[in-house]
Design a protein around this ligand. Structure first.
Ligand code: ARG
Length: 460
Protein backbone atom coordinates (compact mmCIF):
# COMPACT_ATOMS: atom_id res chain seq x y z
CA UNK A 1 0.00 0.00 0.00
CA UNK A 2 1.06 3.52 -0.59
CA UNK A 3 1.88 5.96 2.21
CA UNK A 4 -1.09 7.66 3.87
CA UNK A 5 0.77 10.98 4.15
CA UNK A 6 1.89 11.31 0.54
CA UNK A 7 -0.33 8.68 -1.09
CA UNK A 8 -1.70 11.26 -3.51
CA UNK A 9 1.49 11.18 -5.52
CA UNK A 10 2.70 7.66 -4.74
CA UNK A 11 1.27 4.40 -6.04
CA UNK A 12 3.39 1.89 -4.19
CA UNK A 13 4.96 1.61 -0.77
CA UNK A 14 8.70 1.70 -0.17
CA UNK A 15 11.08 -1.23 -0.56
CA UNK A 16 11.76 -2.99 2.71
CA UNK A 17 15.32 -1.72 2.79
CA UNK A 18 14.11 1.82 2.00
CA UNK A 19 11.83 1.69 5.02
CA UNK A 20 14.67 0.41 7.15
CA UNK A 21 17.16 3.09 6.22
CA UNK A 22 14.51 5.81 6.32
CA UNK A 23 12.74 5.08 9.59
CA UNK A 24 13.91 6.94 12.66
CA UNK A 25 11.10 5.95 15.00
CA UNK A 26 13.32 3.58 16.98
CA UNK A 27 15.32 6.52 18.26
CA UNK A 28 13.31 9.70 17.67
CA UNK A 29 10.44 8.40 19.82
CA UNK A 30 12.50 10.05 22.55
CA UNK A 31 11.12 13.33 21.18
CA UNK A 32 7.47 12.46 21.76
CA UNK A 33 6.89 14.94 24.59
CA UNK A 34 8.54 17.79 22.69
CA UNK A 35 6.61 16.87 19.53
CA UNK A 36 3.30 16.99 21.33
CA UNK A 37 4.22 20.20 23.14
CA UNK A 38 5.20 21.78 19.80
CA UNK A 39 2.02 20.58 18.08
CA UNK A 40 -0.20 21.92 20.84
CA UNK A 41 1.50 25.31 20.66
CA UNK A 42 1.16 25.31 16.87
CA UNK A 43 -2.55 24.38 16.99
CA UNK A 44 -3.21 27.02 19.63
CA UNK A 45 -1.56 29.64 17.44
CA UNK A 46 -3.58 28.48 14.41
CA UNK A 47 -6.74 29.03 16.45
CA UNK A 48 -5.57 32.42 17.75
CA UNK A 49 -4.88 33.59 14.20
CA UNK A 50 -8.21 32.29 12.89
CA UNK A 51 -6.62 29.67 10.65
CA UNK A 52 -8.19 26.85 12.65
CA UNK A 53 -11.62 26.79 14.32
CA UNK A 54 -11.90 26.67 18.09
CA UNK A 55 -13.57 23.30 17.76
CA UNK A 56 -10.79 21.73 15.70
CA UNK A 57 -8.20 23.27 17.98
CA UNK A 58 -9.84 21.79 21.07
CA UNK A 59 -10.23 18.39 19.47
CA UNK A 60 -6.57 18.38 18.37
CA UNK A 61 -5.38 19.38 21.84
CA UNK A 62 -7.47 16.71 23.55
CA UNK A 63 -6.36 14.11 21.01
CA UNK A 64 -2.70 14.99 21.53
CA UNK A 65 -3.14 14.60 25.28
CA UNK A 66 -4.58 11.13 24.69
CA UNK A 67 -1.67 10.21 22.42
CA UNK A 68 0.74 11.35 25.11
CA UNK A 69 -1.06 9.28 27.73
CA UNK A 70 -0.94 6.22 25.46
CA UNK A 71 2.80 6.65 24.94
CA UNK A 72 3.43 7.07 28.65
CA UNK A 73 1.27 4.09 29.54
CA UNK A 74 3.11 1.97 26.99
CA UNK A 75 0.01 1.20 24.92
CA UNK A 76 1.05 3.29 21.90
CA UNK A 77 1.98 1.17 18.86
CA UNK A 78 5.09 2.72 17.33
CA UNK A 79 5.12 1.79 13.62
CA UNK A 80 8.16 1.70 11.37
CA UNK A 81 5.98 2.24 8.30
CA UNK A 82 5.06 5.58 9.88
CA UNK A 83 8.72 6.50 9.68
CA UNK A 84 9.27 8.89 12.54
CA UNK A 85 7.79 10.26 15.75
CA UNK A 86 6.03 13.11 13.93
CA UNK A 87 4.12 10.87 11.52
CA UNK A 88 3.45 8.24 14.19
CA UNK A 89 1.79 10.82 16.42
CA UNK A 90 -0.12 12.50 13.60
CA UNK A 91 -1.41 9.19 12.23
CA UNK A 92 -2.57 8.10 15.67
CA UNK A 93 -4.20 11.48 16.19
CA UNK A 94 -6.18 10.93 12.97
CA UNK A 95 -7.33 7.55 14.25
CA UNK A 96 -8.47 9.19 17.46
CA UNK A 97 -10.12 12.42 16.27
CA UNK A 98 -10.69 11.96 12.55
CA UNK A 99 -10.23 14.56 9.80
CA UNK A 100 -9.45 17.49 12.13
CA UNK A 101 -6.05 15.87 12.68
CA UNK A 102 -5.23 16.64 9.06
CA UNK A 103 -5.53 20.37 9.78
CA UNK A 104 -2.74 20.36 12.37
CA UNK A 105 -0.06 20.33 9.68
CA UNK A 106 -1.33 23.62 8.16
CA UNK A 107 1.54 26.13 7.84
CA UNK A 108 4.02 23.58 9.14
CA UNK A 109 6.44 21.01 7.78
CA UNK A 110 8.27 18.19 9.45
CA UNK A 111 11.39 20.25 8.77
CA UNK A 112 10.52 23.06 11.16
CA UNK A 113 8.73 20.57 13.39
CA UNK A 114 11.80 18.41 13.97
CA UNK A 115 14.07 21.44 14.33
CA UNK A 116 11.74 22.72 17.07
CA UNK A 117 11.40 19.36 18.83
CA UNK A 118 15.14 18.82 18.82
CA UNK A 119 15.86 22.32 20.14
CA UNK A 120 13.41 21.72 22.98
CA UNK A 121 15.10 18.40 23.74
CA UNK A 122 18.63 19.84 23.67
CA UNK A 123 17.48 22.75 25.83
CA UNK A 124 16.31 20.29 28.48
CA UNK A 125 19.58 18.38 28.14
CA UNK A 126 21.52 21.61 28.73
CA UNK A 127 19.44 22.32 31.83
CA UNK A 128 19.92 18.80 33.19
CA UNK A 129 23.66 18.91 32.54
CA UNK A 130 24.03 22.34 34.13
CA UNK A 131 22.22 21.17 37.27
CA UNK A 132 24.37 18.03 37.49
CA UNK A 133 27.53 20.06 36.97
CA UNK A 134 26.50 22.41 39.76
CA UNK A 135 26.16 19.35 41.99
CA UNK A 136 29.70 18.29 41.12
CA UNK A 137 31.02 21.79 41.74
CA UNK A 138 29.31 21.80 45.15
CA UNK A 139 30.96 18.47 46.01
CA UNK A 140 34.37 19.78 44.93
CA UNK A 141 33.94 22.96 46.96
CA UNK A 142 33.00 20.97 50.06
CA UNK A 143 36.03 18.67 49.69
CA UNK A 144 38.32 21.59 48.97
CA UNK A 145 37.08 23.45 52.06
CA UNK A 146 37.47 20.43 54.32
CA UNK A 147 41.00 19.72 53.07
CA UNK A 148 42.21 23.23 52.25
CA UNK A 149 45.36 22.78 54.37
CA UNK A 150 46.34 19.25 53.36
CA UNK A 151 49.71 19.43 51.65
CA UNK A 152 50.40 17.34 48.56
CA UNK A 153 52.90 17.43 45.73
CA UNK A 154 52.03 19.49 42.69
CA UNK A 155 53.25 17.92 39.48
CA UNK A 156 54.45 18.95 36.07
CA UNK A 157 55.27 16.14 33.62
CA UNK A 158 53.89 13.94 36.43
CA UNK A 159 57.19 14.68 38.20
CA UNK A 160 57.03 16.32 41.63
CA UNK A 161 57.28 20.07 41.07
CA UNK A 162 56.28 22.13 44.14
CA UNK A 163 54.15 21.50 47.21
CA UNK A 164 50.53 22.57 46.87
CA UNK A 165 47.39 22.01 48.90
CA UNK A 166 44.73 19.41 48.19
CA UNK A 167 42.10 22.15 48.29
CA UNK A 168 43.99 24.10 45.66
CA UNK A 169 44.15 21.08 43.37
CA UNK A 170 40.39 20.52 43.61
CA UNK A 171 39.73 24.22 43.05
CA UNK A 172 41.51 23.94 39.69
CA UNK A 173 38.62 21.70 38.60
CA UNK A 174 36.08 24.14 40.01
CA UNK A 175 37.61 26.82 37.78
CA UNK A 176 37.29 24.53 34.72
CA UNK A 177 33.72 23.57 35.58
CA UNK A 178 32.67 27.18 36.05
CA UNK A 179 33.77 27.82 32.47
CA UNK A 180 31.90 24.69 31.38
CA UNK A 181 28.77 26.05 33.04
CA UNK A 182 29.34 29.31 31.20
CA UNK A 183 29.62 27.49 27.87
CA UNK A 184 26.34 25.66 28.54
CA UNK A 185 24.68 28.94 29.50
CA UNK A 186 25.94 30.64 26.32
CA UNK A 187 24.83 27.73 24.15
CA UNK A 188 21.37 27.90 25.70
CA UNK A 189 21.04 31.61 24.92
CA UNK A 190 21.83 31.06 21.23
CA UNK A 191 19.68 27.93 21.04
CA UNK A 192 16.61 29.62 22.48
CA UNK A 193 14.97 30.81 19.26
CA UNK A 194 11.99 29.02 17.76
CA UNK A 195 12.15 27.57 14.22
CA UNK A 196 8.44 26.67 14.15
CA UNK A 197 6.66 28.41 11.31
CA UNK A 198 9.63 28.33 8.97
CA UNK A 199 7.60 25.51 7.36
CA UNK A 200 9.49 23.47 4.77
CA UNK A 201 12.09 26.16 4.11
CA UNK A 202 10.47 29.31 2.70
CA UNK A 203 7.95 30.30 5.37
CA UNK A 204 4.22 30.16 4.72
CA UNK A 205 1.44 32.14 3.06
CA UNK A 206 -0.85 31.60 6.07
CA UNK A 207 -1.11 34.55 8.47
CA UNK A 208 0.65 32.73 11.31
CA UNK A 209 2.08 34.36 14.43
CA UNK A 210 5.51 32.94 15.04
CA UNK A 211 6.01 35.13 18.09
CA UNK A 212 3.08 33.42 19.73
CA UNK A 213 4.42 29.88 19.24
CA UNK A 214 7.89 30.98 20.26
CA UNK A 215 6.52 32.38 23.50
CA UNK A 216 4.30 29.38 24.19
CA UNK A 217 7.32 27.08 23.93
CA UNK A 218 9.52 29.21 26.18
CA UNK A 219 11.72 30.53 23.38
CA UNK A 220 12.96 34.13 23.50
CA UNK A 221 11.87 34.85 19.91
CA UNK A 222 11.33 33.17 16.54
CA UNK A 223 14.39 32.42 14.40
CA UNK A 224 15.07 35.20 11.91
CA UNK A 225 15.53 33.24 8.68
CA UNK A 226 13.35 30.37 7.54
CA UNK A 227 16.12 28.63 5.56
CA UNK A 228 18.52 28.75 8.50
CA UNK A 229 15.73 27.53 10.79
CA UNK A 230 15.42 24.16 9.08
CA UNK A 231 19.07 23.80 8.02
CA UNK A 232 21.04 24.44 11.17
CA UNK A 233 22.09 22.15 13.94
CA UNK A 234 24.77 24.29 15.52
CA UNK A 235 22.64 24.41 18.68
CA UNK A 236 23.28 20.68 19.05
CA UNK A 237 26.92 21.07 18.03
CA UNK A 238 27.43 23.70 20.71
CA UNK A 239 25.86 21.45 23.31
CA UNK A 240 28.06 18.55 22.20
CA UNK A 241 31.14 20.79 22.15
CA UNK A 242 30.41 22.05 25.66
CA UNK A 243 29.76 18.48 26.81
CA UNK A 244 33.00 17.32 25.15
CA UNK A 245 35.11 20.00 26.82
CA UNK A 246 33.44 19.28 30.16
CA UNK A 247 34.08 15.60 29.50
CA UNK A 248 37.75 16.25 28.76
CA UNK A 249 38.06 18.08 32.08
CA UNK A 250 36.40 15.24 33.95
CA UNK A 251 38.51 12.63 32.18
CA UNK A 252 41.57 14.31 33.67
CA UNK A 253 40.09 14.20 37.16
CA UNK A 254 39.11 10.58 36.52
CA UNK A 255 42.66 9.78 35.46
CA UNK A 256 44.01 11.46 38.59
CA UNK A 257 41.69 9.37 40.73
CA UNK A 258 42.96 6.23 39.00
CA UNK A 259 46.54 7.26 39.69
CA UNK A 260 45.88 8.53 43.21
CA UNK A 261 44.09 5.39 44.37
CA UNK A 262 46.91 3.13 43.18
CA UNK A 263 49.07 1.36 45.76
CA UNK A 264 52.09 3.31 44.50
CA UNK A 265 50.46 6.66 45.28
CA UNK A 266 47.86 6.02 47.99
CA UNK A 267 46.92 9.70 47.80
CA UNK A 268 43.19 9.10 48.22
CA UNK A 269 40.87 6.29 49.24
CA UNK A 270 37.51 5.50 47.70
CA UNK A 271 35.05 3.46 49.75
CA UNK A 272 33.29 0.24 48.79
CA UNK A 273 30.57 2.40 47.25
CA UNK A 274 32.82 3.54 44.41
CA UNK A 275 35.19 0.63 43.88
CA UNK A 276 34.93 -2.97 42.74
CA UNK A 277 36.82 -6.07 43.73
CA UNK A 278 38.47 -8.64 41.54
CA UNK A 279 37.06 -12.10 40.89
CA UNK A 280 40.54 -13.62 41.27
CA UNK A 281 42.73 -11.21 43.25
CA UNK A 282 41.27 -10.81 46.75
CA UNK A 283 43.33 -7.75 47.61
CA UNK A 284 42.01 -5.61 44.74
CA UNK A 285 39.97 -2.44 45.01
CA UNK A 286 39.55 -1.05 41.53
CA UNK A 287 38.39 2.49 40.64
CA UNK A 288 36.04 1.30 37.85
CA UNK A 289 33.76 4.32 37.97
CA UNK A 290 36.73 6.62 37.38
CA UNK A 291 37.98 4.44 34.53
CA UNK A 292 34.55 4.30 32.89
CA UNK A 293 34.15 8.05 33.27
CA UNK A 294 37.50 8.48 31.55
CA UNK A 295 36.41 6.13 28.76
CA UNK A 296 32.88 7.42 28.21
CA UNK A 297 34.24 10.80 27.29
CA UNK A 298 35.38 9.12 24.08
CA UNK A 299 31.76 8.56 23.04
CA UNK A 300 30.93 12.21 23.71
CA UNK A 301 33.80 13.50 21.60
CA UNK A 302 32.82 10.89 19.01
CA UNK A 303 29.26 12.27 18.94
CA UNK A 304 30.53 15.80 18.36
CA UNK A 305 32.70 14.55 15.51
CA UNK A 306 29.83 12.55 14.03
CA UNK A 307 27.49 15.52 13.89
CA UNK A 308 30.19 17.89 12.61
CA UNK A 309 30.87 15.46 9.79
CA UNK A 310 27.17 14.94 9.05
CA UNK A 311 26.64 18.70 8.73
CA UNK A 312 29.82 19.46 6.83
CA UNK A 313 29.19 20.34 3.21
CA UNK A 314 25.38 19.96 3.33
CA UNK A 315 23.67 22.31 0.89
CA UNK A 316 20.74 24.38 2.23
CA UNK A 317 18.07 23.76 3.25
CA UNK A 318 16.92 20.53 4.94
CA UNK A 319 18.51 17.24 3.91
CA UNK A 320 17.66 13.84 5.36
CA UNK A 321 21.26 13.60 6.51
CA UNK A 322 20.14 15.71 9.43
CA UNK A 323 18.04 12.87 10.79
CA UNK A 324 21.42 11.48 11.89
CA UNK A 325 21.75 14.30 14.40
CA UNK A 326 19.76 12.53 17.08
CA UNK A 327 21.39 9.23 17.98
CA UNK A 328 24.84 10.65 18.72
CA UNK A 329 23.32 13.53 20.67
CA UNK A 330 21.09 11.26 22.76
CA UNK A 331 23.97 8.90 23.41
CA UNK A 332 26.33 11.72 24.36
CA UNK A 333 23.73 13.20 26.73
CA UNK A 334 23.32 9.86 28.51
CA UNK A 335 27.08 9.49 28.76
CA UNK A 336 27.94 12.98 30.02
CA UNK A 337 25.10 12.97 32.56
CA UNK A 338 26.30 9.64 33.89
CA UNK A 339 29.92 10.80 34.03
CA UNK A 340 29.14 14.05 35.87
CA UNK A 341 26.94 12.26 38.40
CA UNK A 342 29.55 9.53 38.94
CA UNK A 343 32.32 12.09 39.40
CA UNK A 344 30.19 13.98 41.93
CA UNK A 345 29.66 10.72 43.79
CA UNK A 346 33.38 9.89 43.77
CA UNK A 347 34.45 13.36 44.87
CA UNK A 348 32.05 13.22 47.83
CA UNK A 349 33.20 9.68 48.61
CA UNK A 350 36.96 10.16 48.54
CA UNK A 351 39.21 10.70 51.54
CA UNK A 352 42.66 12.18 51.05
CA UNK A 353 45.43 10.31 52.82
CA UNK A 354 47.11 13.23 54.59
CA UNK A 355 50.21 11.31 55.67
CA UNK A 356 51.00 9.88 52.24
CA UNK A 357 50.28 13.22 50.58
CA UNK A 358 52.54 15.08 53.00
CA UNK A 359 55.38 12.58 52.56
CA UNK A 360 55.08 12.75 48.79
CA UNK A 361 54.98 16.55 48.96
CA UNK A 362 58.44 16.57 50.49
CA UNK A 363 59.90 14.11 48.00
CA UNK A 364 61.66 14.99 44.78
CA UNK A 365 63.32 18.09 46.28
CA UNK A 366 60.00 19.87 45.91
CA UNK A 367 61.15 22.94 47.86
CA UNK A 368 64.15 23.57 45.60
CA UNK A 369 62.36 26.61 44.12
CA UNK A 370 61.89 27.96 47.67
CA UNK A 371 65.63 27.61 48.24
CA UNK A 372 66.41 29.45 45.00
CA UNK A 373 63.90 32.18 45.94
CA UNK A 374 65.60 32.48 49.37
CA UNK A 375 68.97 32.99 47.68
CA UNK A 376 67.45 35.74 45.54
CA UNK A 377 65.70 37.41 48.46
CA UNK A 378 68.46 37.10 51.07
CA UNK A 379 71.70 37.20 49.10
CA UNK A 380 70.33 39.25 46.21
CA UNK A 381 71.58 36.66 43.70
CA UNK A 382 70.14 36.94 40.19
CA UNK A 383 67.52 34.16 39.83
CA UNK A 384 69.53 32.31 37.19
CA UNK A 385 72.56 32.14 39.50
CA UNK A 386 70.37 31.11 42.43
CA UNK A 387 68.96 28.35 40.19
CA UNK A 388 72.50 27.13 39.51
CA UNK A 389 73.55 27.16 43.19
CA UNK A 390 70.34 25.34 44.16
CA UNK A 391 70.97 22.79 41.44
CA UNK A 392 74.34 21.98 42.98
CA UNK A 393 72.76 21.65 46.44
CA UNK A 394 70.05 19.35 45.05
CA UNK A 395 72.73 17.27 43.38
CA UNK A 396 74.56 16.91 46.71
CA UNK A 397 71.39 15.80 48.51
CA UNK A 398 70.59 13.40 45.69
CA UNK A 399 74.07 11.85 45.84
CA UNK A 400 73.64 11.32 49.57
CA UNK A 401 70.11 10.03 49.15
CA UNK A 402 68.59 12.58 51.54
CA UNK A 403 66.10 15.44 51.37
CA UNK A 404 67.12 19.11 51.16
CA UNK A 405 66.28 19.89 54.79
CA UNK A 406 68.41 16.89 55.92
CA UNK A 407 71.58 18.56 54.60
CA UNK A 408 73.68 20.34 57.22
CA UNK A 409 74.36 24.06 57.10
CA UNK A 410 78.02 23.23 56.48
CA UNK A 411 77.04 21.12 53.46
CA UNK A 412 75.22 24.08 51.93
CA UNK A 413 77.91 26.57 52.85
CA UNK A 414 80.37 24.33 51.04
CA UNK A 415 78.50 25.36 47.89
CA UNK A 416 77.50 28.94 48.81
CA UNK A 417 79.34 30.25 51.92
CA UNK A 418 76.85 33.09 52.56
CA UNK A 419 73.94 30.70 53.27
CA UNK A 420 72.75 31.08 56.89
CA UNK A 421 70.73 28.83 59.21
CA UNK A 422 67.43 30.64 58.56
CA UNK A 423 67.39 28.96 55.12
CA UNK A 424 65.91 25.88 56.79
CA UNK A 425 62.65 27.74 57.39
CA UNK A 426 61.85 27.78 53.68
CA UNK A 427 62.73 24.15 53.10
CA UNK A 428 59.63 22.78 54.85
CA UNK A 429 56.59 22.06 52.70
CA UNK A 430 54.36 23.93 55.20
CA UNK A 431 56.33 27.13 54.79
CA UNK A 432 56.53 26.59 51.07
CA UNK A 433 52.76 26.48 50.55
CA UNK A 434 52.11 29.18 53.16
CA UNK A 435 54.42 31.51 51.26
CA UNK A 436 52.55 31.17 47.93
CA UNK A 437 50.22 34.08 48.70
CA UNK A 438 50.15 35.59 45.21
CA UNK A 439 46.62 35.95 43.79
CA UNK A 440 45.32 32.52 42.78
CA UNK A 441 48.25 30.79 44.49
CA UNK A 442 48.26 27.68 46.66
CA UNK A 443 48.61 29.19 50.17
CA UNK A 444 45.76 27.83 52.33
CA UNK A 445 44.65 31.40 53.03
CA UNK A 446 44.36 32.03 49.28
CA UNK A 447 42.57 28.74 48.67
CA UNK A 448 39.99 29.65 51.29
CA UNK A 449 39.49 32.97 49.54
CA UNK A 450 39.03 31.13 46.21
CA UNK A 451 36.45 28.82 47.77
CA UNK A 452 34.47 31.67 49.32
CA UNK A 453 34.53 33.63 46.06
CA UNK A 454 33.36 30.63 44.02
CA UNK A 455 30.56 29.92 46.48
CA UNK A 456 29.42 33.53 46.28
CA UNK A 457 29.54 33.54 42.46
CA UNK A 458 27.56 30.32 42.20
CA UNK A 459 25.20 30.95 45.09
CA UNK A 460 26.36 27.76 46.82
N1 ARG B 1 12.64 12.34 10.80
C1 ARG B 1 13.07 13.52 10.16
C2 ARG B 1 14.33 14.04 10.85
O1 ARG B 1 14.60 13.62 11.90
C3 ARG B 1 12.01 14.57 10.21
C4 ARG B 1 12.08 15.57 9.10
C5 ARG B 1 11.77 14.93 7.82
N2 ARG B 1 11.54 15.87 6.80
C6 ARG B 1 11.46 15.49 5.56
N3 ARG B 1 11.24 16.39 4.69
N4 ARG B 1 11.66 14.26 5.19
O2 ARG B 1 15.06 14.85 10.31
Amino acid sequence: ASNTMWGGRFERGPAEIMERINASIDFDRKLYAQDIQGSKAHAQMLVATGILTNEDGASIAAGLDRVKAEIEQGSFAFRKDREDIHLNIEARLAELIGPAAGRLHTARSRNDQVATDFRLWVRDAIDRLSALTMGLVAALLDKAATHAEVIMPGFTHLQVAQPITFGHHLMAYVAMLERDLGRLRDARVRLNECPLGAAALAGTSFPIDRHLTAKALGFDRPTANSLDSVSSRDFALEYLAAASILGVHLSRLAEELVIWTSAQFRFVTLTDAFTTGSSIMPQKRNPDAAELSRAKVGRIIGALNTLLIVMKGLPLAYAKDMQEDKEPTFDAADAIELVVAAMAGMVADLTPNDVALHAAAGSGFSTATDLADWLVRTLNLPFREAHHVTGRIVKLAETRGITLDALSLADMQGIEPRISADVFAVLSVENSVASRVSFGGTAPSGVKTQIAAARARLGL
